[in-house]
Design a protein around this ligand. Sequence first.
Ligand code: ZN
Length: 224
Amino acid sequence: MEGDGSGMQPSPEEEAEAQRKNCIFCHIISGQVQSKRIYEDESCVGILDINPANPGHVLLLPREHHAIMPQMADPDVRHLFVAAKAISASLLKALGAEGTDIFVANGTTAGQKAPHVMIHIIPRKKGDGIAAFDAKPKKAAPAELAAIAARLRPHAYRMMGKEPPAEKALGEAASPVPPQPTTMDAEFTEEKDTSDGMDGKDRKDGKGDDATVGLDDIAKVLFR
Ligand SMILES: [Zn+2]
């Protein structure tokens, strides 16, 4: 490899340096700008959001400047989410949160406010009035779902370094799956028909009479 360090055109290093100079979160990470740190290690820094959605709202930042998550190296993404998991557990234990919202906004269209990757970890309590992810579920025709899946799937496999499976194999794999609720339905539907898609034989907990598990229940199980 030639040209790293002393080239005439700006190297990726130099471009990154220029971005860092204008990035408030890089200044926070370097310590030039004050923050309340709740965790840091060799590759990430967790701080309290100064305008929290709830008390204890954490911003978890990779030390390395990247504008959006897809630009990050895989090991750094992995580490960041492992740290997010630990901070989420800490919010439940230390602050009595009953759940957490964990999200990343990639791009201003998605609500990103500053061009430095961050994971928001927001402690939640019943009745806190936050609609952190208040997308209204929309109807989607099966043909539309199929068209979107066909377009998206090959990219997803290739981005993971795999060859997409053949159409026939996909059709066979997809057909036995019953209609699924959207993520939003799954999260916010309080009373779920337990006969729908869950026949009991795959359960690991052996309880069997109620498939509805709320965040409170999970927190109780894990943090007694
Ligand atoms: Zn930055």
